[in-house]
Design a protein around this ligand. Structure first.
Ligand code: CA
Length: 227
């Protein structure tokens, strides 16, 4: 059973989210402040964390930074929960590297869509276990990624994005296709999500970041490999 940690100080919201997730077959852990949230995440190592931004003790950004610094939670998918008025929060959250976000108030359907898409992303993709493209090697079973045989730390979202582009190298990939294949849905509001993930992905690829090209008006493309 997959486990989901909810870090949310508004108990009604935490209970409502928890109820819906349990009904869908997930195990749920609920905590109500940032410090406990950080500790429980590291001890329990959940499959996914729903993280509210405005929290007592330690705010959601600080919790998120702690999680990304710790090897136990560095790759745990995080969905940030933001209030509708706080557009800046959402943008900051994505730029900090959250996998996705939900704007309050959200429907149970929206919640399940995001959660299922992310958990599916963390599973090993089907097909050949190993895939190489130029300097990149993808181990699809473990979601491990190597550049010239050196391990590089990609989140499952970054892994899926780059793999999707490399498997279709030489062909520009439309933004909506990328969003649908990696996030499981595509709408106007998550377009920025794609760009912030691409930016971080390129940074992690270092000098190979330039292999991922922006195709203006279309999306992104990885060039064909000579090897
Ligand atoms: Ca709150």
């Amino acid at each position: 059973m997959q486990r989901i940690l909810i870090v949310e100080d508004e108990r009604d919201i935490a209970d409502l989210i928890g109820f819906n997730l349990q009904r869908a077959g997930y195990e749920v852990i609920k905590v109500h402040d940032g410090i406990e949230g950080t500790e429980v995440a590291m001890l329990e190592r959940p499959d996914l964390i729903l993280l509210d931004l405005m929290l007592p003790g330690r705010d959601g950004y600080a919790v998120f930074r702690e999680l990304r610094r710790d090897p136990r939670t560095v790759n745990t998918p995080v969905i940030m929960l933001t209030a509708r008025a706080q557009t800046e929060d959402r943008i900051q959250g994505l730029e900090a590297g959250a996998d996705d976000y939900l704007t309050k108030p959200f429907s149970p359907k929206e919640l399940m869509l995001r959660v299922q898409a992310i958990l599916k992303r963390s599973e090993a993709p089907p097909g050949n276990v190993d895939f190489t493209h130029g300097p990149f090697r993808f181990d699809k079973n473990s979601l491990k990624f190597y550049i010239e045989n050196h391990p590089a730390d990609l989140t499952s979202t970054e892994f899926k994005l780059l793999l999707f582009l490399c498997e279709r190298s030489g062909k520009p990939q439309d933004r909506n296709d990328l969003l649908r294949s990696v996030w499981g849905y595509s709408d106007a509001t998550n377009s920025r999500t794609l760009d912030t993930h691409m930016k971080r992905l390129r940074q992690k690829l270092g000098s190979y970041g330039s292999l991922v090209e922006t195709i203006r008006g279309v999306g992104y493309c990885v060039g064909k490999s000579n090897t």
